[in-house]
Design a protein around this ligand. Structure first.
Ligand SMILES: [Fe+2]
Length: 403
């Protein structure tokens, strides 16, 4: 048992008891306790890790899949304190079924807060609406942020260092605050713990058909999507769109879905596109370890406009933000057997350009599109190449930065 956290837990308990365990009072009590004697300054993490591994006298542990891993360092029937390690995980955009406060004990994170406007319940577990970013900022080591249950506090974290460690002082669960929605920008909210075993098994069966190259795949998915309700149809599309696109069957299935669900489909389409984009960027996060690159990735993942991205880079790094971006692009550009890539933008295969020339051309086009100014010398000679590179970059996460 760690004495710092036992003492923190007792202090929070005593203060909360004085407030008759009022749920409304808890976030402020937890925030104050974490701020006045911050774990970032007072906890010896290495000693805590050894103690956790070597001594059996520990708090009650859960089997939660949240954190990499989650350690409970204090528990009582009213609330508990968890330590969350983060290696390559970025949290989904989510709200909470509990309240309290979190503290950045090691590392730093990009923290983004959202609101969900015009919510339209489709089922108790699935909503449509408009997710809007309220603010994004950097949380340095030692920062503490209150957590309110329900949709008043929708947020996501992108951890920059490996590992990042967060301390959460939290209630077990607040009555009336479920489901703990996860948000898929720009338009979907869903309950991540809702069990629909039939849909799960159907997705797994479709995955098995995909892997075995079953030629009934596309037509069966098309028939399913034509029959299923909006929520289940969405989950089938989400599961199958990658393979449907790869086999050239996406357009047909999408038309079936759009015909069945009319207006609602207009909100589903950009949400599916955004899932593809975010999945690609999040997957890169596990292979990109440089803190500057992770910072940039987090901005591309969350901030939807050019000026705010440039401002945030300008606050953290000296020099012109667009010059910093050009340097990062150069460091991130790679040529593999699968082609030349700068993040999720691929050098078009049909251009017939020698491998070693692809990166300089790609970077030249990108720099011109972001900074404006003087076009690269080759542009006048190869306007078609430039057009094609611009198209590829405009279909990638770079589009937000292109003038
Ligand atoms: Fe959270």
């Amino acid at each position: 048992m760690n004495t710092y956290f036992s003492e923190l837990g007792k202090r929070v308990y005593a203060r909360w008891e004085k407030e008759n365990f009022s749920l409304e009072a808890f976030p402020a009590i937890a925030t104050k306790a974490l701020t006045e004697k911050p774990p970032a300054k007072h906890v010896d993490l290495k000693a805590l890790m050894s103690d956790f591994l070597l001594k059996d006298e520990q708090s009650f542990q859960t089997s939660s899949g949240f954190g990499q891993p989650e350690l409970i360092v204090y528990d009582n029937p009213k609330f508990y304190i968890q330590l969350l390690f983060w290696l390559d995980g970025t949290t989904d955009i989510h709200q909470h079924g509990f309240s309290g406060a979190f503290h950045v004990m090691e590392g730093s994170s990009i923290h983004s807060e959202f609101e969900f406007l015009n919510p339209l319940p489709v089922t108790a577990h699935f909503r449509l609406g408009d997710l809007k970013l309220k603010k994004t900022g950097l949380l340095e080591t030692g920062s503490t942020v209150p957590i309110l249950s329900g949709n008043g506090c929708i947020h996501s974290l992108f951890h920059l260092e490996t590992p990042s460690v967060t301390v959460v002082v939290r209630t077990h669960s607040d009555p009336g605050s479920s489901p703990q929605f996860t948000y898929l920008p720009p338009h979907v909210a869903l309950d991540p713990v809702k069990e629909d075993a039939l849909t799960l098994r159907r997705k797994q069966l479709l995955d098995a058909m995909e892997r075995t190259g079953d030629d009934r795949y596309a037509s069966l998915v098309n028939t399913m999507v034509g029959k299923l309700d909006l929520e289940r149809g969405f989950f089938i599309l989400q599961n199958c769109m990658g393979h449907l696109r790869a086999i050239g069957a996406w357009e047909r299935v999408w038309k079936t879905f759009a015909k069945k669900h009319g207006k609602a489909a207009v909100m589903i389409s950009p949400t599916l596109d955004e899932i593809v984009r975010r999945d690609a960027l999040v997957a890169m996060r596990s292979s990109i370890e440089d803190v500057e690159h992770r910072f940039f990735l987090a901005l591309l993942l969350t901030v939807p406009d050019r000026e705010r991205i440039l401002a945030m880079i300008g606050e953290r790094f000296p020099g012109k933000p667009s010059t910093t971006i050009a340097r990062w692009a150069g460091e991130l550009a790679i040529t593999t057997e699968g082609g030349t890539w700068i993040l999720d933008a691929c050098f078009p295969e049909d251009l017939q350009v020698a491998d070693e020339e692809q990166i300089p051309l790609f970077l030249g086009a990108l720099d011109h599109l972001i900074q404006g100014g003087k076009p690269p010398a080759w542009l006048a000679k190869f306007p078609k190449v430039f057009k094609s590179l611009r198209e590829s970059l405009s279909n990638s996460s770079w589009r937000v930065l292109i003038r």
